[in-house]
Design a protein around this ligand. Structure first.
Ligand code: HAM
Length: 415
């Protein structure tokens, strides 16, 4: 037996239906917030991702040479791809551009619950003016999405990458050396950050105070204490978030994010119930366009880890009932089988979910199949009933059975 690759999953019909249901809720939120969908290839030229994603991502990339010797990678995320699309195809479009996407990403990570090698992101990017309302628009969309899905337990934390960068700068660390340190701080891997900081001459006291800062999370009372431009920006942003009704939001001094391209506001949403892989959404404003050869533009966005947020909903016992057929049509004898199919077709054209017995079962066995399909009604097509212009309809919940004229069948089932 051939197994599927490690870290990948198959989705069976019940699960797939559930996934599509939640996907459609997210799409609906995008519609009300006036974001429009884009799609990009699943594979790209490798340099798109190596340009500015940072060492973590680069280590995890699935890359290969195609038959023409080109360096190709499966996308580990979509932000770089959407920026490439913007530069190639949309740089002349009116701003702001408010785009969303849904698709799979690939990262060669150690698989575990909530962490896969193939996973799905539902994300959005805004390309527009460099102001706090643009960041607020992105965060408000992410917030509305979490709400629309019905997730009860979540923590939304918003920070500014400039705070820790400023801190490192004041310790004499050059911008070029920050990426590696920030990676470690993002993961709160202080043991690994310490030797890097020591190499830059930071003593234990300096480190302790830096590490404390990375753990500083709290309410809006923290805002007045944040100095400089990041403080000013965050205060304005939190005002706009409040106007958008996003008031369950924490100020997080230590949010760094694992990708290298962030330059301003950064935010994350966690579902605490998920344990280690609890981050269900991450985003912020970033500089990518000019790194990829485009004009400098302000851009901000986020991606929801679709698989993870679904796990979080499952943990909360979020109810989702699979759809069942409205009717299961059974031909009582061979000679009326075509009539059974005609009736099923009529129901389908009226928008009802109608299934038929494809296994040539006897009526009693077909009734069992209908019952296990969960169908609300069974329509039994028999020659005697047909002669009277009707069919027998059984309400599977009450067990009531009645003769229904064919021309009234659709409305009977719809009621
Ligand atoms: P990211 O934080 O790397 O950001 O990924 C976004 C989300 O994808 C994570 O919060 C997590 O829920 C989910 N995720 C990441 N890796 C895995 C995995 N191996 N298995 C399952 N889920 C995973 C980005 O990708 C940025 N492009 C987000 C962004 C958009 N920033 C600005 N615009």
């Amino acid at each position: 037996m051939i197994q599927r690759p490690r870290g990948t999953r198959d989705f069976l019909p019940d699960e797939m239906e559930r996934r599509r249901h939640y996907e459609s809720l997210l799409r609906e939120v995008c519609r009300t917030h006036c974001f429009r969908e884009v799609a990009t290839p699943i594979f790209e030229n490798t340099e798109l991702f190596t340009a500015k994603s940072g060492p973590n991502i680069v280590d995890e990339i699935y890359s290969f040479q195609d038959k023409g010797g080109r360096e190709i990678s499966l996308r580990p995320e979509l932000t770089a791809a959407v920026m490439r699309l913007f530069i190639n195809e949309m740089s002349n479009h009116a701003r702001p551009l408010k785009l969303f996407y849904f698709g799979q990403c690939f990262r060669y990570e150690r698989p575990q619950s909530g962490r896969y090698r193939e996973f799905f992101q539902f994300g959005a990017e805004i390309i527009g003016a460099p102001n706090a309302e643009t960041d607020a628009e992105a965060i408000a969309l992410a917030h509305s999405m979490v709400k629309a899905l019905g997730l009860k337990e979540y923590v939304l934390r918003v920070g500014h990458i400039g705070i820790l960068r400023g801190e490192l700068r004041s310790m004499g660390i050059a911008d070029a050396d920050m990426a590696e340190i920030l990676q470690k701080l993002d993961k709160k891997s202080y043991d690994e950050a310490a030797p890097l900081l020591r190499r830059h001459g930071i003593d234990d006291d300096g480190m302790t105070s830096l590490f404390e800062k990375t753990q500083l999370t709290g309410g809006k009372e923290l805002l007045p204490g944040i100095e400089g431009e990041p403080g000013e920006y965050l205060r304005e942003l939190f005002g706009f978030l409040e106007a958008y009704g996003v008031d369950d939001v924490l100020v997080d001094i230590g949010t760094v994010r694992g990708l290298d391209y962030y330059t301003g506001v950064v935010f994350e949403i966690e579902a605490p119930g998920l344990g280690a892989e609890k981050q269900v959404c991450g985003g912020g404003s970033y500089t990518l366009s000019e790194v990829l050869g485009g004009e400098p533009v302000f851009s901000t966005g986020f991606a929801i880890g679709f698989d993870r947020i679904l796990l979080a909903l499952e943990k909360e016992d979020h109810p989702y009932t699979a759809r069942v057929p409205d009717a299961f049509v059974i031909a009582a004898s061979e000679d009326v089988r075509p009539e059974g199919l005609r009736i099923a077709s009529m129901l389908r054209q009226a928008g009802l979910g109608a299934d038929v017995d494809l296994m040539r079962r006897k009526v009693s066995k077909a009734m069992k199949a209908a019952s296990s399909s969960g169908a609300r009604y069974v329509v039994i097509v028999g020659s005697k009933d047909l002669a009277q212009g009707g069919v027998t309809v059984r309400d599977m919940q009450s067990g009531d059975q009645e003769l229904v004229p064919l021309d009234g069948l659709v409305s009977h089932l719809q009621s």
